[in-house]
Write a protein that binds this ligand. Structure first.
Ligand SMILES: NC(=O)c1ccc[n+]([C@@H]2O[C@H](COP(=O)([O-])OP(=O)(O)OC[C@H]3O[C@@H](n4cnc5c(N)ncnc54)[C@H](OP(=O)(O)O)[C@@H]3O)[C@@H](O)[C@H]2O)c1
Length: 440
């Protein structure tokens, strides 16, 4: 009896202590917001946020230029792209993520943005493979800024046939699509692959990469994006507003799911007996979603013959290089939905969060990038939104890239076939570099 009481009191005391500790941790959780304003020296513009919330919490501030570590490079950012990852951090959702390192009450890290493309301005003393002047793309810390630091292991040289805006669209979405298909999905030539959410950032890469593996690709998207997904090379497109792929008789060797809007059992029904379901995205929620679906998939996979699981991409230099090669060879071309400026990052995130981006949403940083994008506009033969694109690209040809958010992707001439005047701007950095203008 006495022992029972001691155990009861001890358990109560432990729970109370944990509760108090959680409260204290919550109220003392803070960030470096009071120290971010630049006090002189080298300064730059950067997007910062001090509190969790909607896009209205983002501010464009003048802050100190970042001091990079010895194994990092300082990049003069020319473009950065937005990802659902960024709004998860901005909102601090799912809340469980706050306890896992985001910061309990306030964001621990006040800077936002990962995907980056730009020019190396300076290199740390342990950097061996990059030098000032190199044009790179990859993952950086706080890419929504004029300058950002990136580990040498997370950036690679930008393919010459890509603009900075196109290159910035590649890292998270491209690497996720590549690793999801190849590593988790084990895609093989001739397999039937279904991409749910084929018209978004990850989906537009996934369709093209699956085709480059020789798969038979079915893309699921809404009516307005059927033409876009077909133009990326999909063999078949399904309009989710008219047809539910989980109720059709077709079976797939691999489903890459960027949306997570069907139950796991419904998805399993349309898999072949040894098929694979790769969960990339799931329904958004405030508390734990999509982690509940991740756990459900783990448990579910113990009881079925198919491989069903969540997949988390990791930024990898070799895979950035692989994507660079696919792009260089014309097998993959980034699809750009809209470009915004640094001061419009809140609008860009608001647009992305609505969940209907067509390809990638990119931030053009600095006058130069915005002007270059105007000089290299998306082909004007774009069909109006809602009608979709109807033609497929010629084999091996680069796809055009929509830039206004109003059109969709349509075939274009490869870069090499464009007029010399249009390519002059693309060549300019090399000439300047030759004159030593880009020393760190
Ligand atoms: N696991 C990882 O490592 C990882 C990495 C990156 C991203 N993600 C996750 O992957 C998901 C997709 O990311 P993203 O960058 O591609 O997002 P995104 O660019 O916002 O794409 C959203 C796309 O989803 C489509 N969509 C919306 N409702 C749909 C439905 N019912 N059926 C089919 N398609 C639908 C939209 O097409 P319509 O306009 O035609 O509706 C839109 O093109 C997100 O949840 C993100 O968090 C995970």
């Amino acid at each position: 009896m006495k022992l029972k009481r001691i155990v009861g009191w001890s358990a109560g005391a432990i729970l109370f202590a944990l509760f108090v500790a959680a409260l204290v941790a919550y109220w003392t959780s803070t960030n470096a917001c009071d120290r971010i304003a630049a006090t002189g020296g080298d300064v730059m513009k950067a997007v910062v946020y001090c509190e969790y919330g909607g896009p209205e919490v983002l501010r464009l501030e003048t802050v100190a230029k970042p001091a990079c570590a010895d194994d990092q490079v300082l990049i003069k950012v020319r473009a950065a792209s937005v990802n659902p990852f960024d709004w998860h951090f901005m909102e601090g959702t799912p809340y469980v993520g706050r306890a896992m390192g985001m910061g309990l009450r306030k964001p621990k890290d006040v800077r936002l943005g990962v995907d980056v493309a730009g020019r190396v301005e300076a290199v740390g003393r342990n950097v061996t493979q990059l030098k000032p002047g190199d044009e790179v793309f990859g993952a950086a810390h706080g890419a929504f800024a004029e300058y950002a630091c990136a580990s040498e292991k997370r950036v690679v040289i930008k393919p010459g046939n890509l603009t900075f805006v196109q290159a910035a669209s590649v890292p998270i979405a491209g690497v996720t699509a590549l690793q999801g298909l190849r590593d988790q999905g084990k895609v093989q030539a001739g397999q039937r692959v279904l991409i749910n959410g084929a018209s978004g950032g990850v989906g537009t890469f996934a369709v093209q990469i699956a085709k480059s593996f020789g798969a038979h690709v079915t893309g699921v998207c809404s009516t307005k994006n059927l033409g876009l997904v077909r133009s990326l090379g999909a063999d078949r497109v399904i309009d989710y507003t008219k047809e539910d792929f989980t109720s059709a008789p077709e079976r797939y060797d691999l489903i890459v799911d960027n949306v997570g809007n069907h139950s796991l059992s419904a998805c399993r029904r349309v898999l072949t007996p040894r098929g694979r379901y790769v969960m990339i995205g799931g329904p958004k929620g405030r508390w734990i979603a999509p982690l509940d679906r991740v756990l459900a998939a783990k448990v579910y996979s113990w009881f079925v013959s198919q491989d069903i699981g969540m997949f988390m991409a990791r930024m990898d230099k070799d895979d950035l290089g692989t994507l660079g090669d696919l792009i260089q060879s014309g097998k993959v071309t980034p699809v750009i939905d809209r470009t915004y400026t640094l001061s419009q990052v809140p609008e860009a995130l608001r647009y992305l969060e609505a969940g209907h981006a067509r390809g990638k949403v990119v931030i053009a940083v600095g006058e130069g990038t915005a002007r270059a994008e105007q000089r290299h506009p998306a082909p004007r033969s774009l069909p109006a939104r809602g009608r979709g694109c109807s033609r497929r690209p010629p084999p091996g040809n680069a796809l055009a890239t929509a830039g206004s958010g109003r059109g969709c992707t349509a075939p274009s001439r490869p870069r090499a076939a464009r007029s010399p005047r249009r390519d002059r701007a693309a060549r300019r950095p090399r000439r300047l570099r030759a004159r030593g203008a880009w020393r760190g």
